[in-house]
Design a protein around this ligand. Sequence first.
Ligand SMILES: Cc1ncc(COP(=O)(O)O)c(C=O)c1O
Ligand SMILES: N[C@@H](CCOP(=O)(O)O)C(=O)O
Length: 519
Amino acid sequence: MATSLSFVLSHPLPKTHPAGPHPSLPSRRSLSVSCSSNGSGSEPAATHYAKHRRPADENIREEAARLAPSSHGFSARYVPFGAGADTPEHYSLDEVVYRSRSGSLLDVQHDLGALKKFPGEHWRSLFDSRVGRTTWPFGSGVWSKKEFVLPEIDPDHIVSLFEGNSNLFWAERLGIDHLGGMNDLWVKQCGISHTGSFKDLGMTVLVSQVNRLRKQLNRPIVGVGCASTGDTSAALSAYCAAARIPAFVFLPADRISLAQLVQPIANGATVLSLDTDFDGCMRLIREVTAELPIYLANSLNSLRLEGQKTAAIEILQQFDWEVPDWVIIPGGNLGNIYAFFKGFDMCRELGLVDRVPRLVCAQAANANPLYLYYKSGWKDFKPVTAMETFASAIQIGDPVSIDRAVHAIRSTDGIVEEATEEELMNATAQADHTGMFACPHTGVALAALFKLREKGVIGTHDRTVVVSTAHGLKFTQSKVDYHSGLIEGMECRYKNPPVNVKADFGSVMGVLKKKLGKL
Ligand SMILES: Cc1ncc(COP(=O)(O)O)c(C=O)c1O
Ligand SMILES: N[C@@H](CCOP(=O)(O)O)C(=O)O
């Protein structure tokens, strides 16, 4: 068991753990410790607090560098997706590699043996102790789980905007009014985030690793690039701007929202608006990154998913490490559904929880290759040409992570559901009427929930989490269209258009009396 001083400083242990004391937080960094843990479980006298503010000329990154070790025995590497711990093919995370020798996807494989030296209770206490702090880099919901994410990176190379720690709220009225009295319905607000989507969780990890490659290992990486339906590019641009790394984004012209388009522009990225769809942009960025030393930031790069999986760990944490029954996630390129699976499964494997929830992947009917594959009994996967959908960020017909998604669904006795344009827009509007401001992708997940409730698959008292993937404010045009009732072929049943009224007392009173009469 580790006994070095530096290890103890970066790994507070439960008091009862034989490996050593559990310095209460957050001031463990200012402990004037002069001895290492002796493994006896007794509290060394030296663990008295001297709570000093860091010197005025030192920032939190420098403070972390002074106090934290850069390595502590945990490690991770790339392996072909689905490979076991004994695989002969593996790569250092410092290599620039996106595919295995046979062309399959890669996965980040952690040394679970090393992590298992500590019981689940240790990890639960450690992660809980870091929530809501400003200690670098643990103020981030992603980096507060650093040992499960990128254990070997030096905190000094981390590029973080203190992402994560997003709200998981009880959707009381939505459950009662619209879902037959569901009383344990929750929404994980991954879109209430720095750039307005869950992509921040993955991008902090990917850009941090690039920062390490450039700064520590002097690799000639000239920038980072992605194809995007709007959210990946926004996150990439923000994190690259924070780290002074050039960003290159390939966007399908006229297929993303104005708010999403303006994000990379404002953050100083090189924005290429291309006359093709997302799948076309994806093909181009893969060709370009094979040719130029531009690092690929799409979720084909499995580093991203290491950050995204922390949203699943956060959900468990927010439920005091109780496992929900269902988690519903909208799917496009299909990295995120696997990231959630990985987060949940890692916690099961390491004893933080004893099972995983059932996962539902929700797709827009206009871009539903996973749904069709699922319906075929997993017999026949065919990419589709994705049609226009209000859930524009998931308008993807040839998802890169198809194999990862199938694994996630099958391993959790999961389900794939789809939502038509009318279903997703109605679900969004209904949720909004209960106080949310859901994006259309969240609408897809909500519509899937409505359907699974109607079919009786999800029960009234099942603890269910809907993952909201982006902020509704990025997609206001869809709401304007809906509430104007101007969408061709759509009833817009829950529309609530503004009333144009003459600015005189009588007219205003007339409108209000009519309205009050209906309440
Ligand atoms: C807002 C939003 N929701 C859901 C998704 C789907 O995530 P994934 O591509 O990982 O399936 C994306 C991106 O594709 C997105 O931007
Ligand atoms: N919705 C995504 C599509 C690309 O997905 P990625 O996870 O592979 O980057 C986006 O916002 O661009």
